[in-house]
Design a protein around this ligand. Structure first.
Ligand code: GLN
Length: 194
């Protein structure tokens, strides 16, 4: 891995794959669309995009990604899940859905912001990034509860919407749908430090 431009994979089963790839490139990383588990060997970190967590989860099972991504995370390489990706990495999911990857000690509640606020944008304070960030929320989850090892990096309306536990990062919103690459830069820094 080159220190200047690590290759970061974007899980390309369903969802906002191209947008994450574009944001990574804009932030100075190389990127690869990950369609098969054997591609994970060549990447320094992985993004699980937003989309539909049930679809992404079922496809991860079908194509043999569950253990492969757990192994990648266990090797210390960073994983970032946005929106449906947050649900994919959670150890617990509210309301009966079994967890998929169980990488982060959080409980995720799907579609949590409810009908009136299905999709919205809001300025959110993310202290680790400095100035406020425009959060794009699309049928977004929130983090219902988090274990003591989880750092909550942002809240909106009293709800936990960005968190980090060691090499795992999650956002309930979609930074890849804005031109602000600071969340991707933060993740690239995690990858460089790993
Ligand atoms: N509501 C979706 C789910 O539960 C997530 C939405 C998104 O990723 N934009 O999977």
């Amino acid at each position: 891995m080159s220190k200047e431009s690590p290759v970061i994979g974007v899980l390309a089963l369903q969802g906002a794959v191209r947008e994450h790839a574009a944001a990574l490139r804009a932030a100075g990383a190389e990127t690869e669309a990950i369609k098969w588990p054997d591609q994970l060997a060549g990447i320094a970190g992985l993004i699980i995009p937003g989309g539909e967590s049930t679809t992404i989860g079922k496809l991860m099972v079908k194509y043999g990604f569950i253990q492969a991504i757990r192994d990648l995370a266990a090797s210390g390489r960073p994983v970032y899940g946005s929106c449906a990706g947050l649900i994919a990495v959670a150890k617990r999911i509210t309301e009966g859905t079994d967890p998929w990857l169980s990488l982060m000690d959080i409980e995720a509640t799907r579609n949590a912001f409810g009908r009136q606020q299905e999709s919205f944008e809001a300025e959110i304070a993310i202290p680790v990034l400095g100035a406020p960030f425009t959060g794009v929320f699309i049928r977004a989850p929130w983090i219902e509860t988090a274990g003591s090892g989880v750092d909550i990096l942002a809240e909106y309306d009293g709800r936990k919407i960005m968190a980090r536990e060691n090499n795992i990062l999650v956002t309930a919103f979609h930074p890849e749908l804005t031109t602000d690459t600071r969340v991707h830069e933060y993740f690239i820094d995690m990858v460089r430090e790993a």
